[in-house]
Design a protein around this ligand. Structure first.
Ligand code: FAD
Length: 374
């Protein structure tokens, strides 16, 4: 069967590998240029925590070794109190049970290489899906040419064009819930060629209603992410205010951020959204249309599970294809059973924001030192 996947991000590429292994011909359409030639997009998170859920999917295709070789294991949380005191909270009594910090761009490149290593996979870069006619199966791309497809899988992320088309079908429900928080990335560079903080941990500065986290990168820097109310992010609008705020509330990190001011002023603010859609597929006489990854169930990042869940989607869809004898309409119908699980992770991810920004600190030494933002 020839399958068209829209979106050659993390999930689209991995799904292409699973489908090619089953003997399907896959054409991936990606709106961006080839990131292996052009470098990553600005404005996406630089690194990701990949856990066993995602590694299991990679392992099934023999991709885990290479990905884990480039990863930095994080065996627990390192809590940073406002006075700079550190407390390490292991994720497990067994230090081998770590989550892994992995560069998003490297992971995407690795998965693109894995997908295109299959003779049956073709990727067409720089082509954005702009139209889908369910009566004929015709897909329209900008720039063209178009294509007629029997099976289309939307792996085109939280603001999916494929899902936008599905939403117009009677009986398809959809919701999007934004937090009134945004995120902004900052950086802690290496110090004298070494990591400036412990690299084997996910660092958290819990500050009551807000927080900062940091994950290590292979180049010995850390990528920090602020999760603050939009109002608070906008309130720091001058070098003086930025420096004063960080010196007071994140003093240990402030010392390690020589480029804080330009990074804070230049880096974009990202939005935090939960998207829900049901069902995830529609079959007409001409075409079957399905969704996977963020296109089906975008969640907030506080459990570090969005990409992991998308990878697990690929495993589950592969299982459904087994059960359905590679009949895509039947397999996508079976795949709907996964929604109960993704609804749970969406809820847990929201709950974990409160846990990370507030409870992890208040249980230890931060009680009574909450920072109230403007
Ligand atoms: P995407 O990665 O969004 O890829 C979609 C692809 O489709 C893109 O390449 C895009 O260019 C392409 N596309 C979009 N529209 C079109 C179109 N019309 N035509 C053609 N192509 C199109 N997850 C984790 O597991 N661990 C983490 O630690 C983690 N941290 C995160 C931190 C932040 C700040 C954020 C925002 C998210 C985080 N996530 C994390 C979630 C993770 O980034 C997503 O779940 C994951 O990227 C989803 O992959 P995807 O392939 O479904 O979508």
């Amino acid at each position: 069967m020839e399958v068209t996947i829209v979106g050659a991000g993390l999930v689209g590429c991995l799904l292409a590998c699973f489908l090619a292994r089953r003997g399907h011909q896959v054409v991936l359409y990606e709106r961006r240029p080839d990131p292996r030639a052009h470098g990553p997009d600005r404005g996406r998170s630089i690194n990701l925590a990949i856990s066993e859920r995602g590694i299991d999917a990679l392992r099934r295709l023999g991709l885990d070794g290479k990905v884990l070789d480039a990863a930095l294991p994080m065996a627990g949380r390192m809590m940073h109190a406002p006075d700079g005191a550190l407390t390490f909270q292991p994720y497990s009594a067994d230090r081998r049970h770590a989550i892994n910090s992995i560069g998003r761009a490297e992971l995407n490149r690795e998965l693109l290489d894995a997908a295109t290593a299959h003779a049956g996979v073709e990727v067409r870069f720089g082509q954005r899906l702009v139209g889908l006619d369910e009566r004929t199966g015709e897909l329209e791309f900008d720039p063209g040419p178009g294509r007629t497809a029997r099976v289309v899988i939307g792996a085109d992320g939280a603001y999916s064009a494929v899902r936008a088309r599905l939403q117009q079908f009677p009986g398809v429900s959809f919701s999007q819930d934004y937090l009134d928080y945004g995120y902004k990335e900052l950086s802690i560079p290496p110090r004298e060629g070494r990591f400036a903080m412990e690299p084997g941990a996910l660092h958290i500065w819990p500050r009551g209603r807000s927080m900062m986290i940091a994950l290590p990168n292979a180049d010995r820097s850390f990528t920090c992410t602020l999760f603050w109310p939009h109002k608070s992010l906008a309130a720091l609008d001058s070098p003086g205010k930025i420096k004063a705020y960080f010196a007071e509330h994140y003093p240990d990190a402030f010392e390690l951020m020589p480029d804080l001011v330009p990074a804070y002023l230049d880096n974009p603010v990202g939005h935090l959204v939960t998207m829900r859609c049901a069902p995830w597929h529609v079959t007409t006489e001409a075409v079957t249309i399905g969704l996977v990854g963020d296109a089906a169930h975008a969640i907030v990042p506080f459990y570090g599970q969005g990409a992991n869940c998308g990878f697990e989607d690929c495993v589950e869809l592969d299982r459904c294809l087994d059960e359905a004898g590679d009949d895509f309409p039947a397999a996508l119908e079976l795949f709907e059973r996964r929604k109960a699980d993704t609804d749970v992770i969406a809820r847990l991810a929201l709950e974990n924001f409160v846990e990370m920004r507030d409870k992890v600190g208040s249980r230890t030494f931060l009680a009574g030192k909450r920072v109230e933002h403007a």
